[in-house]
Every structure is written in C-alpha cells, then in structure tokens.
Design a protein around this ligand. Structure first.
Ligand code: 5GP
Ligand code: ZN
Length: 129
C-alpha cells in the first residue's frame, strides 16, 4: 500500500471491531503468528484439534470488500497458511491436510466483520465440518 491509496485510510482500523481489538491487544488472544501485516490466533471455539484464524491487521470488512490492491496482502496470507497449519499440528498432505474457510456476509455465515480465514485441521473427528 502507498500513502496515496485513498481506500486504505478509512478502513485501516475500526475501534468497535472485535478483531481490530485483538490486533491491538485490547482483547487478549492466543497468538499463533504475527508480522507487520498479518496476525494469526487460535479460535476461541475450535471445531477441530487445529483451528486458528488468519487475519490482515488492516480492517478489511469481508471478501466482498477486497480490491485488486489487496492482492499482494492476501497472497501473503494464503502462502503463509500451509506453513502455520503444519506448525500447529496438521498432518502432512495428502493423508492429513487442512481446511481453509472464509465466511462472507450473512448468508455466507460471517459473524465477525473483519476478514478472516479459518484454518482447520488435525486428526478427525471434528466437532463440525
Ligand atoms: P465467522 O463466523 O465470522 O467466520 O467466524 C468468527 C470466528 O471467530 C468464530 O469461529 C468464533 O469462534 C471466533 N471468535 C469470536 N469471538 C472471538 C474472540 O473473542 N476470540 C477468538 N480468539 N475468537 C473469537
Ligand atoms: Zn477490524
């Protein structure tokens, strides 16, 4: 992102957003990974032995709000997920593997309106999915 990106500023941070509060440390989380742009933390209600959320630190509301300028950020996020999945205990492909889910909007089942990718895996059975 450049400082001339007009889209960046208004959605950089939402003080009322749950995941912005986690990014800021105002709400505690069990951190899996952090860098300048991305944060991963364990889901508070895991469905499976491995269940963490990978989020851009910047407040992007949902996949429906993604623009082409977000492609490098989301590319990094997607490329990081398999490494974190393995580090968190997902078994190797193809017998192991993991599931990545991005709920989007009410009909898509999105409850927290800050873009997040669920990374779910580990030995079955799982509670859901
Ligand atoms: P969504 O339904 O929006 O795709 O998923 C939101 C996820 O956030 C749910 O799986 C839920 O368990 C998780 N979640 C909700 N509140 C918190 C919280 O305060 N801390 C953590 N770590 N996860 C949360
Ligand atoms: Zn947010």
């Amino acid at each position: 992102m450049t400082e001339h990106d007009d889209n960046a500023a208004p959605r950089a941070h939402d003080p009322d957003c749950l995941f912005c509060k986690i990014v800021d440390g105002r709400i505690p989380s069990r951190k899996v990974y952090e860098d300048e742009e991305l944060l991963a933390f364990h889901d508070i209600h895991p469905w499976a032995p491995v269940h963490f959320l990978l989020v851009p630190k910047r407040h992007i509301v949902s996949m429906a709000h993604v623009t082409e300028s977000d492609a490098p950020l989301l590319g990094r996020l997607m490329a990081l997920a398999p490494r974190l999945a393995r580090e968190q205990g997902c078994n190797p492909y193809p017998a192991g593997g993991f599931r990545m889910v991005v709920n989007t909007g009410a009909e898509g089942g999105q409850e927290v309106h800050h873009l997040h990718v669920h990374v779910i895996g580990g030995p079955r059975p799982w509670l859901k999915g």
